[in-house]
Design a protein around this ligand. Structure first.
Ligand SMILES: NC(=O)c1ccc[n+]([C@@H]2O[C@H](COP(=O)([O-])OP(=O)(O)OC[C@H]3O[C@@H](n4cnc5c(N)ncnc54)[C@H](O)[C@@H]3O)[C@@H](O)[C@H]2O)c1
Ligand SMILES: [Zn+2]
Length: 356
């Protein structure tokens, strides 16, 4: 599979991953290599990764963090910064993030801030990280329940996507990643949307090409607007309400936390409804989007207290300016529009539509 060049980096696929990574290490000769994993990628991915890594006698240290979104925090960053210091990392050290979006987001942020920035490479191991989180240079952590409030945009030196890692990824995590692929179709390519919504089942063997195409879409959007002045905002489709729902479920003891993609899937149905009411998305497309998402994702129940609390959380969304909540909506499947405004009555209608 051909590599994909991004603004300051390159994405390699499958067999190329290790040859290019080893070549990079040979050419740049880092002072030390630090591999960041979480508890799962330590067990499921690290052995395969290490067996392919040629570290040229450079010392390799493994840094492990607990798995899960709860640990995408400044506290965990502090632990990683301290480990780097303790093991004598310097400005010529390299961090390799081997994991899902939590590891690539947090590891990228740690690398971008340690000693004012050291080199890092992403080796995504979850579907979501392959098609989305590892691409485009957004790094960061949550502030309490508020998603991605602290962070920096800074691309790593390379991304290596080895689809084999998906063989140990739990099915619910596969489905979560699939949400971002659906999003790429909805905001940018009707052809891609048609392709992924006509899949019989989510099977690793079909995924190679679909992952590749998803990376192409994300990269095209990011390359045209690396600092998110305009176009890049379309990647937030489904995320304004999706993030509020994700935060709400994370901080509420009596709600089961949702995976990122599960929350975004709900957000996409709600924001498709807003698109129908505000941006002339056709009713046919709206119903098709809802049916396609419910093909893969289960319905979640929200009562009126939940919905009001979720609406209150919208004020923390990073796309807001001057206190106004801004949505990305769809004019049609494959065509998104940024900076849309929706009042609370229409948002309540959207929750009713989701429920119906
Ligand atoms: N930076 C960006 O542009 C961007 C884009 C989208 C999402 N994100 C972020 O990504 C995060 C979600 O990513 P995620 O869904 O990968 O979460 P995650 O990193 O928590 O991974 C999901 C789970 O799968 C496990 N796992 C990962 N790879 C595995 C493998 N190969 N085998 C077995 N288990 C494996 C992890 O340990 C974890 O338990 C969120 O924090 C989100 O905000 C960032
Ligand atoms: Zn997302």
């Amino acid at each position: 599979m051909k590599s994909i060049s991004t603004k300051n980096s390159v994405v390699y696929f499958n067999t190329d991953v290790y040859s290019k990574l080893n070549e990079y290490i040979k050419n740049t000769y880092p002072s030390k290599i630090f591999i960041l994993v979480d508890t799962n990628t330590h067990d499921y991915c690290l052995p395969q990764f290490l067996s392919n890594l040629k570290s040229e006698e450079i010392i390799v240290e493994i840094m492990e963090i607990p798995e899960g979104e709860d640990h995408k925090s400044i506290d965990i960053c502090t632990g990683v910064w301290e480990a780097l210091s303790q093991y004598n990392a310097d400005r010529k050290s390299l961090i390799i993030n081997l994991g899902g979006g939590v590891v690539t987001d947090l590891g990228g942020f740690v690398a971008s801030t340690f000693m004012r920035g050291i080199n890092y490479i992403n080796i995504p191991t979850s579907l979501l990280a392959m098609v989305d989180a590892s691409i485009g240079g957004k790094t960061g952590v949550d502030l309490g329940a508020l998603k991605n409030q602290i962070g920096i945009i800074n691309e790593g030196k390379m991304v290596g996507i080895d689809v084999d890692f998906l063989s140990t990824l739990p099915q619910n995590q596969m489905v979560s990643g699939f949400a971002e692929m659906l999003k790429h179709g909805l905001i940018y390519s009707k052809t891609y949307w048609d392709k992924i919504t006509n899949l019989e089942a989510l099977d690793v063997s079909d995924l190679d090409l679909l992952i590749y195409e998803s990376v192409v879409i994300k990269n095209e959007i990011v390359s045209n607007d690396p600092t998110e002045q305009g176009l890049r905002k379309i990647l937030n489709f489904g995320h304004t309400l999706g993030h509020a729902i994700e935060s709400y479920c994370l901080e509420n003891a009596d709600r089961t936390p949702l995976l990122h993609g599960e929350a975004i899937a709900i957000g996409m149905i709600l924001e498709a409804y807003l698109s129908y009411r505000i941006c002339n998305l056709s009713e046919k497309d709206l119903n098709h989007i809802k049916a396609s998402i419910f093909n893969t994702f289960e319905r979640t129940y929200f009562n009126s207290n939940d919905i009001n609390a979720i609406i209150d959380l919208l004020q923390y969304d990073k796309k807001n300016s001057h206190g106004v909540v801004k949505f990305v909506l769809l004019e049609s499947i494959g065509k998104a529009k940024i900076d849309c405004i929706a009042n609370n009555d229409i948002i309540l209608e959207a929750f009713n539509y989701y429920k119906s």
